[in-house]
Design a protein around this ligand. Structure first.
Ligand SMILES: *Cc1c(COP(=O)(O)O)cnc(C)c1O
Length: 364
């Protein structure tokens, strides 16, 4: 752990109730100027939460923190990228945006587009988008097209559409998405006053791992040790781990159900430069971590729990006194079906509402 003294002029002094959104807070690090109309929902400034349970599980005096990005305005880290992508699209005079999405990108694109007065079109894979995410896209007024195909099929189509027509693509191939998302790394450095030893993060299209790496590189001092970037994929959807294209990706973690990541080459560079590693975790391991986090009061979506499942898998590789951050990319409320199907709670139904009956049920 090396102390970091670089502080953004605007960064954390807005912390309590005056946070202006991440573009304003970190504008000296972002490609914006006085002509950029800032479309914001005050995203960013999410909590970095110390995990007592995980620190204990890993042991060896390690400190495990959770970057809870599910507390962004639409419930996922995508808002960090979308405030930038939509602001720049508006600056460039565009009137409509489009994306392919496993759910969260569409929710975020729809919210920021409508806030900026732009139209949004989203393509989603039929039957594999969590209810909360679909509800959001519909409510924020996106035109939603559910296709008989997976995310990768949808992405190909929106890329072609954006090349042919005056519609801006806001998937993570849009470089402004990466710019916005890198601010999560800034916040971690600001909060810890150092860089972590490891960053554990789920990977789908690998835009976020690319963004974090860029953020750590830009925000740390010369010669400062940068974190090992540990990227995790679901074992049924692990194209980056196995260096292949997965034709039919399959996992309970729908947000990372992606067979041919658009940021594949960038991710390879991140892994190499950071001396990191890409590994897969099973759906069972993902759900175990999902439940474990909830028992510490933190409800994330299954894809997010892949970062913690990956951390636990590497327990024996972690050096004494390490500081590790696991990124929790999305909010658990996005996917209530998964939670209701996968918990260890006592849930008794059809109970007679009498004091005697209920006190007996509760063991008194
Ligand atoms: C988008 C998303 C991911 C994957 O991020 P990439 O940048 O595509 O690697 C992980 N978790 C959640 C909740 C997401 O919405």
């Amino acid at each position: 752990m090396i102390l970091n003294t670089i502080k953004s002029k605007f960064s954390r002094k807005f912390k309590k109730n005056n946070w202006p959104g991440l573009i304003e807070a970190y504008k000296s690090h972002l490609p914006v100027d006085s002509k950029t109309p800032i479309i914001t929902l005050k995203e960013g400034n999410t909590p970095l939460i110390f995990s007592e349970k995980l620190s204990k599980i890993i042991g060896n005096d390690t400190q495990i923190y959770l970057k809870y990005d599910g507390l962004n305005p639409t419930g996922s880290f995508k808002d960090r990228g979308m405030t930038m992508a939509i602001s720049k699209a508006k600056e460039e005079g565009c009137e409509a945006v489009i994306c392919a999405s496993t759910g969260n990108t569409s929710a975020s694109a729809a919210a920021y587009a409508t806030r900026g007065g732009l139209k949004s079109y989203v393509l989603i894979p039929d039957g594999f988008v969590a209810q909360g995410k679909l509800a959001q896209a519909l409510m924020y007024g996106a035109e939603v097209l559910s296709i008989k195909g997976n995310f990768d099929d949808a992405l190909k189509i929106v890329q072609d559409l954006s090349n042919k027509f005056p519609i801006t693509l806001v998937n993570s191939v849009n470089p402004y998405r990466i710019e916005g998302q890198k601010t999560a790394a800034f916040e971690i450095v600001d909060d810890l006053s150092c860089t972590p030893d490891w960053l554990c993060i789920p990977m789908g299209n690998a835009g976020n791992i690319t963004a974090y790496w860029k953020g750590f590189q830009e925000y740390s001092k010369k010669n400062q040790k940068l974190p090992k970037m540990m990227g995790f994929q679901a074992s049924g959807s692990a194209p980056l781990v196995n260096n292949i294209i997965v034709k039919n990706p399959d996992t309970i973690a729908t947000a990372i159900r992606i067979g041919n990541p658009v940021n594949r080459e960038k991710a390879k560079v991140v892994k190499k430069e950071s001396k990191g590693d890409f590994q897969s975790v099973t759906d069972t391991e993902i759900i175990e971590s999902y439940k474990l986090l909830a028992k510490e009061g933190i409800f994330c979506e299954p894809a997010s729990a892949a970062s913690v499942a990956g951390l636990i898998k590497n327990k024996n590789r972690i050096k004494k006194e390490s500081t590790i951050v696991c990124v929790l990319t999305g909010n658990g409320l996005k996917d209530p079906d998964c939670a209701i199907k996968n918990n260890d709670a006592m849930f008794q139904q059809n109970i007679e509402p009498s004091l005697k009956n209920i006190s007996k049920k509760l063991g008194y």
